[in-house]
Design a binder for this molecule. Structure first.
Ligand SMILES: *Cc1c(COP(=O)(O)O)cnc(C)c1O
Length: 397
């Protein structure tokens, strides 16, 4: 597929052949006025829908007042956003950046620095899980394990163990002094695979027993996606460091690394920084986003998720299209049956022709990450279109 509007972009993506120019709620419109129901949410980003009027108002007001300050100057919004994030989580301190990869990069650097400053400079191993995704910087992409070909030499000290495998984790913890274990509580890019509750409790116990910090990458699972503000709150297991991005700014770029003061205090002036991180415009949008993610929105996640899951389960029986439907709140993955293996992107593309936006999660999983506040009407329309897409897909064989 060719780039529709601009052939001077690096060929890193294979985008659709239409250009979306406007959005409202969970609907997008392209240049020709065709509408699309958005069940992908820009990859779990637009959790409150497109162009939420209150967020538009914040951007409008703040862009009139002040966009950027250097980090030499305090701004109105970063401390308020950090304060609210801490009030609603385990955390006591926050570092702001611009993306999920940067939030994880800061988390991993902080973990190593923490041990270094406590006189344990040998404690550098980072353990991550197979199938995980943590971003595209050299450190975070190495933690993820995929997408590293041709980019070596890769940063050292990173080991991988199978997801949901406690004995393997314990063996790796024994193999070298470990700075941190980094885990997505649900593998997002890796196919929407939720962590076993028993396993995550064991991860916490093993980290404590071996002196390793536990990092939850909640870039995708956080900001209400699971039905709790962050998924650790549902699992009842508290991390030492938590990262957020994606929906944090409703699509305005911002990332955050949250921790307790006993860990964050190692990041003294000069250790880390970001020119844009914590800028007033991004923080104002994220602050309002967090305020809008109230109990009512969170309570709306489960019924919507159930409706989609039931629909998918029924639909997936059609010529055994789906072998399994997995979910964590409104992060839903439908695994293609063996007859349809490797064809998730074909389904997504066919959706585009029917005015429907979904996502792949790997080659075999069709992923849904709609806005948490998607209206009944839009959801109904989206599912109708999905029926048509699936009908055509299974007929085409
Ligand atoms: C998307 C994602 C990232 C990377 O975020 P970017 O903003 O693209 O850097 C990291 N971790 C998880 C779990 C993600 O889903």
């Amino acid at each position: 597929m060719t780039q529709p509007a601009d052939t001077h972009l690096l060929p890193t993506y294979t985008p659709a052949d239409f250009v979306a120019v406007r959005g409202a709620g969970s609907t997008l419109w392209d240049q020709d006025g065709r509408d699309y129901i958005d069940l992908g949410g820009g990859i779990a980003v637009t959790a409150l829908g497109h162009s939420h009027p209150e967020l538009v108002e914040v951007v409008r007001r703040q862009s009139d007042r002040l966009w950027h300050l250097s980090n030499w100057l305090p701004n109105e919004f970063a401390p308020r956003l950090a304060g609210l994030l801490c009030a609603r989580t385990f955390a006591e301190q926050v570092f702001f950046s611009n993306s999920g990869a940067e939030a994880n990069e800061a988390a991993l650097k902080m973990a190593r620095r923490h041990h270094h400053d406590r006189g344990d400079a040998e404690r550098v191993q980072i353990i991550a899980f197979e199938g995980a995704f943590h971003g595209r910087t050299l450190l975070t992409v190495t933690a993820g394990g995929k997408y590293t070909e041709g980019f070596g030499p890769l940063p050292g000290g990173i080991a991988h163990v199978p997801f949901n495998d406690a004995p393997a984790l314990e063996r790796q913890l024994r193999a070298a002094p470990t700075a941190a274990v980094i885990i997505e509580p649900v593998l997002g890019e890796g196919g929407v695979v939720p962590v076993d509750p028993g396993f995550i409790a064991e991860v916490r116990r093993l980290c404590d027993a071996h002196g390793a910090l536990l990092i939850f990458d909640e870039v995708q699972s956080g900001m209400g996606r699971s039905g709790a503000l962050f998924m650790y709150q549902q699992l009842g297991v508290e991390p030492d460091i938590l990262t957020s991005a994606k929906a944090l700014g409703s699509g305005f770029p911002i990332g955050a690394t949250l921790t307790r003061a006993a860990i964050g205090d190692c990041m003294q002036p000069g250790t880390h920084g970001s020119t844009f991180g914590g800028n007033p415009l991004a923080c104002a949008v994220a602050l309002r986003t967090l305020e809008l993610l109230d109990d009512e929105v969170l309570a709306g996640v489960e019924p919507r998720a159930q409706r989609i899951t039931e629909f998918l389960t029924e639909l997936g029986g059609n010529r055994r299209l789906f072998s399994q439907v997995r979910r964590t709140g409104l992060l839903i993955g439908a695994e293609l049956g063996p007859d349809w293996a490797g064809r998730a992107m074909d389904l997504v593309r066919l959706g585009w022709r029917h005015g429907l936006l979904t996502l792949p999660a790997g080659a075999d999983v069709l992923r849904f990450a709609p806005a948490l506040n998607i209206s009944d009407d839009e959801l109904g329309q989206g599912l109708d279109r999905l029926s048509q897409v699936v009908g055509e897909f299974v007929q085409g064989g």
